[in-house]
Write a protein that binds this ligand. Structure first.
Ligand code: URA
Length: 295
């Protein structure tokens, strides 16, 4: 590391220490990329771990079943599926607009959401290197139609700033696009119903890194049911699905891997603002920063 880069990193550490209230800041950990097939208890990949395959295969909420249900009721994928993946910001924004329009037409939340005001689809830069995925809009997000603008959003903004990024420079989305009744945690069924739209968003943006915030996003993206304590702080991988019931995933994007860093949800830190939790989250975010600066 050059001296100026070291100085910049140290400055960032001090700023972050203040923001997150961490007294001593851990140095970057060695990159813990976990290769598919590698041994070890914390191995996670986008592909479903073998020990969970049976559980999922017998589940009524199979992703493929959801995809089939959507495919049955909606028009077959159009020519979009054969289009090349957009690389410009404008191209990505245009594809995201089509995904949003499709979501608004399909209203997959109609099966479980009883009352909401706004669809909260996304926020940020369609060309972002980092994508944050949360759970679902809360009250404030439902009013404004923008993800992460309430208290959890303010916490997330601090994290983003502490990482040396700008909120406008990252892309933010949720598993669910509408506020669930009673602000309940999204169920796996609800997540599966909305998953094709999130997958299409990921394929449109094609970020270098996805940060999943909390268990619903992490479980959906990594297709696992392991607890956060086993998942956070370890690089995992998401593969853009090759089955695309919406016909909105560009062919060259499908099957592409994206690095995933699971971490706790900002609302969790608001509930349990302990030194230990802050350190864990900061350590996870540092891994993301290290990856971005290496890339
Ligand atoms: N929590 C989330 O997961 N998403 C939001 O948009 C707001 C709060």
């Amino acid at each position: 590391m050059t001296e100026s880069r070291l100085a910049r990193v140290l400055r960032q550490h001090v700023m972050t220490a203040n923001l997150l209230g961490v007294a001593d800041v851990p140095w970057y950990r060695a990159r813990k990329e976990v290769e598919p097939g590698a041994p070890g208890p914390e191995r996670v990949t986008g592909a479903r771990p073998a020990h969970e395959a049976v559980q999922t295969a017998s589940s009524p909420m199979l992703a493929t079943a959801t995809h089939d249900a959507i495919a049955e009721t909606k028009p077959a994928p159009g020519p979009a599926a054969r289009e090349s993946a957009p690389t410009s910001r404008e191209g990505k924004a245009a594809l995201l607009a089509r995904i949003r329009a499709r979501y608004e037409r399909d209203e997959p939340h109609k099966a479980f959401v009883t009352a909401h005001h706004r669809i909260v689809f996304d926020d940020g830069d369609p060309s972002a290197r980092v994508m944050f995925i949360g759970e679902a809009p809360g009250e404030e997000e439902d009013i404004q139609g923008v993800p992460f603008v309430g208290r959890a959003g303010q916490m997330l903004n601090k994290w983003i700033e502490a990482m040396g990024l700008k909120r406008e420079g990252v892309y933010i989305a949720n598993v669910l696009k509408t506020r669930p009744p009673g602000n309940a945690t999204p169920s796996p069924e609800q997540a599966r119903l909305c998953a094709p739209y999130l997958h299409a968003q990921i394929a449109a943006v094609r970020p270098e890194v996805i940060v999943t915030l909390g268990l619903p996003a992490t479980h959906l993206i990594l297709e696992t049911t392991l607890p956060m304590g086993r998942l956070r702080g370890v690089w995992a991988q998401f593969r853009i699905p090759t089955t695309d019931p919406l016909g909105l995933i560009p062919e060259e994007a499908s099957g592409q891997p994206i690095a995933v860093m699971p971490t706790y949800h900002p609302a969790f830190l608001l509930r349990a603002l302990t030194y230990e939790n802050r350190q864990k989250i900061w350590s996870d975010l540092q891994l993301v920063m290290a990856r971005l600066s290496a890339g």
